[in-house]
Unconditional design. Sequence first.
Length: 103
Amino acid sequence: MGKLEDKRLILHSKLCNILGSTHVYFQPPESIRMIYPAIRYERNISNIHADNSVYKQDYRYIITFIHRDPDDDIVDKLSKIPTCRVDRSYVADNLYHDVFTIY
């Protein structure tokens, strides 16, 4: 396994522990039927350019907690992960979505 994959698998394990189940999905395709409550996450890369090349790359994960209970304590647990930033919350298809970024 590569270093980046190792970090992702550590994050995946941590998210499973916080959720208390294995309903944690990394960049799931549309054909996957998620079971709620669930955590969906994806990798995002941010580049800083200098001298016409990439000077620095930052990897982060966009994490979305999808649930039916507006007062679910998982939101609090996710927001306390070091390097976590709360981005937004919204409701879609009668499900609550809380979005976080972890660096």
